[in-house]
Design a protein around this ligand. Structure first.
Ligand SMILES: Cc1ncc(COP(=O)(O)O)c(C=O)c1O
Length: 372
């Protein structure tokens, strides 16, 4: 029996190992371990790659989101709209900023927010939309930007799943006031450990973001505003710089594998493959999510076949126990709830071999043919 993990980090890092080890050696030699040349170079390279003015590395995607909300002055009583299928970090950021989350139904065609529900839920207290490009699929940006402009909502993008994804030739994460990226170990642009980055075109916001991550200390020992310790260290910056060089090629490979999967899996009536890109979008398939009402049985079957699977995410944000008391009302969001029960990630990464892809497909076909 084959063993195919959901993600193989060993393979993922193999080809940059020499470059990374040399970079790490240089860090040891220079002993510039924080705010050194690699952080500064990574920030410049990432900003250039995205086509934005400013990028600031930080310790992880969760702190990027929190610092984004704080830098925008979002606070108590402000409502932040967020799709219910996001990751818990999106809710944590709203909670710790002291704002109120307003959960949005999900559009299963994009995995982004349902735009009619968004318009319905905007109130005079609505301050921002926290938009998540789930699984690497760009949201419908023309409509979203128009709604935000019309209703005066600040747009913040969580592009943690979508490094390099494009909407009409523009990279996601660059449409809003701030774009946040996790660069944790399983992401498309990944460090070997926790890492994150925030981007903006706004000079004043850039000033805030730059210093929020270092205790608000614009000058050493002088905190100009309350801040955190949330830095991206030199070793992770070395790795991200090496990884960035191959990001586009790796994303292209992901799209190729996704296309092949989708061609084959579309033949199974009881299964829906993820959305296919219209010509104006380029998804980056951080996760390849299939949908079936037999999700749990299929997951068990694939595990027995040695195939790694993942649930992303089985409990929608509006059902997360730790936060229920803090919501202004209980939510019923049937699409988000159904997706949470039916979505399953199967292995998709650029280093997958063709025989592994075939084995995964054969196993899925076998499950449905045997009619479990
Ligand atoms: C959509 C999304 N946002 C934010 C985060 C948080 O990032 P981190 O783990 O780097 O804090 C994650 C992490 O998986 C994520 O998937």
């Amino acid at each position: 029996m084959k063993k195919i993990p959901l993600l193989d980090l060993r393979r993922n890092f193999e080809e940059i190992e020499d470059e990374v080890l040399k970079g790490i050696k240089d860090v040891f030699t220079s002993m510039k371990v924080l705010n050194g040349p690699n952080l500064q170079a990574f920030e410049k390279e990432w900003a250039e790659y995205l086509g934005v003015k400013y990028a600031f590395g930080c310790s992880c995607g969760t702190s990027a989101l929190l610092m984004a909300l704080i830098s925008l002055g979002i606070e108590k009583e402000d409502e932040v709209l967020v799709q219910a299928n996001g990751f818990i970090a999106d809710l944590e950021a709203i909670y710790f900023a002291g704002a109120k989350p307003v959960f949005l139904e999900v559009d299963p065609k994009t995995f982004g927010p349902d735009l009619e529900d968004l318009k319905r839920k905007i109130t005079p207290k609505s301050k921002a939309l926290l938009l998540i490009h789930m699984y690497g699929h760009p949201c419908e940006m023309d409509e979203i930007v128009e709604i935000c402009e019309k209703y005066g909502l600040i747009l913040i993008e969580d592009a943690s799943h979508a490094h390099g994804a494009e909407y009409k030739g523009k990279k996601v994460g660059t449409f809003g006031k701030i774009g946040c990226f996790s660069c944790g170990p399983v992401k498309n642009l990944n460090a070997i450990g926790d890492a994150g980055v925030m981007v903006t075109n706004d000079e004043k916001i850039a000033y805030k973001l730059k210093y929020l991550r270092v205790h608000g200390q614009v000058q050493k020992n002088y905190s100009y505003f309350p801040g955190f310790n949330s830095r991206l260290d030199e070793i992770q910056a070395v790795i991200l710089r090496a990884k960035l060089k191959t990001l586009d090629a790796k994303n292209e490979k992901r799209r190729e594998i996704a296309k092949y999967y989708t061609e084959k899996l579309s033949q199974i009536p009881e299964l829906s493959p993820p959305p296919i890109d219209p010509p104006y979008k380029k998804s980056v398939y951080h996760r390849y999510m299939i949908r079936t009402s037999k999700r749990d049985k299929l997951a068990e079957f694939l595990k027995k076949k040695g195939i790694g699977i993942g649930y992303y995410y089985p409990i929608p944000l509006h059902k997360q126990k730790a936060y229920l008391e803090f919501f202004s009302k209980p939510y019923e969001l049937p699409v988000a709830e159904k997706l949470a029960q039916e979505l399953l990630a199967i292995p998709l990464y650029p280093e997958l071999h063709q025989d592994e892809i075939e084995y995964i497909l054969e196993s899925i076909f076998e499950f449905f043919q045997k009619n479990y």
